[in-house]
Design a protein around this ligand. Structure first.
Ligand SMILES: [Zn+2]
Length: 141
């Protein structure tokens, strides 16, 4: 899979900033995560990646994911007792885990919530990321 020109620029810039090389595999994994924003696990990404890149190994997929997280292109999503998932939405947001389906949804939150949360910290505490997770179920209408 290939990235759109706009994402290709974002991808190259982010890796360059972290002094990392924009390899074919890294681009492939990033485009897969962008393609279907369903918060896949590493195993799911591995399965999907083999459709178009049959020679890729699970170890390579893990390495790519680590690189993409390190360069800030994706973030890890962790719920208790669940495998790590990956999310390409870099706007501050929360996640909602539906306990019936296991699906994870992005929940947009206003910046004011995040800054209000940070105000509770001692002055010398530097926040890099805030993870807000909702657990529950989705009622059918
Ligand atoms: Zn997300």
């Amino acid at each position: 899979m290939q990235l759109s020109p706009a994402y290709k620029t974002i991808f190259n810039k982010a890796l360059e900033k972290s002094s990392l090389k924009p390899t074919k595999q890294r681009e492939h994994i990033f485009s897969l995560i962008l393609d279907k924003k369903d918060h896949p696990t590493a195993d799911e990404i591995f399965t999907r990646s083999r459709d178009t890149m049959p020679t890729i190994s699970l170890a390579t997929v893990y390495n790519c994911l680590e690189t993409l997280v390190e360069s800030g292109l994706i973030r890890q999503v962790n719920f208790e007792r669940e495998s790590t998932r990956y999310c390409p939405n870099l706007k501050p947001h929360a996640h909602f885990l539906c306990k019936n389906t296991g699906n994870i949804y992005d929940v947009d939150l206003p910046d004011s919530i995040f800054s209000a949360l940070k105000k509770n910290l001692p002055e010398n505490f530097q926040t890099e990321q805030i993870d807000i997770n909702f657990n529950g179920s989705i009622k059918k209408n």
